[in-house]
Write a protein of this length. Structure first.
Length: 110
């Protein structure tokens, strides 16, 4: 299906919105309100345009931010809390799924 120019602009705005707040997880409802697109168009067109779901994009942005914090010397527990994880273990598993490394393997200054 073809993506219109206005949809491309709305999707780029959604991506920018997500990228600007890496520690926050936006609901689809929030992103629908921000974009002006329907939920179906937002989710389908986002994946079509960027080859990744909104969920996975948010996860990768958050984990990239986490890696930066860890390289700056932040503790794993602090980073987990910053990203809204209930336990460091849940955060560590999510981090591993993205980088195939555990947060404890990230060295400050690396």
């Amino acid at each position: 299906m073809r993506i219109s120019k206005s949809q491309i602009l709305a999707l780029a705005e959604v991506r920018k919105f997500i990228d600007q707040e890496p520690s926050r997880r936006f609901s689809i409802r929030e992103l629908v309100q921000h974009s002006g697109l329907s939920e179906d168009k937002l989710t389908r067109r986002f994946k079509e345009l960027y080859q990744v779901s909104i969920y996975h994009h948010q996860l990768h942005v958050a984990m990239g931010y986490a890696a930066e914090l860890l390289q700056q010397g932040e503790l794993v527990k602090t980073v987990a809390i910053t990203l809204g994880y209930k336990t460091p273990g849940n955060f560590s598993r999510a981090f591993y799924r993205v980088f195939q490394k555990y947060p404890s393997e990230i060295k400050p200054g690396a």
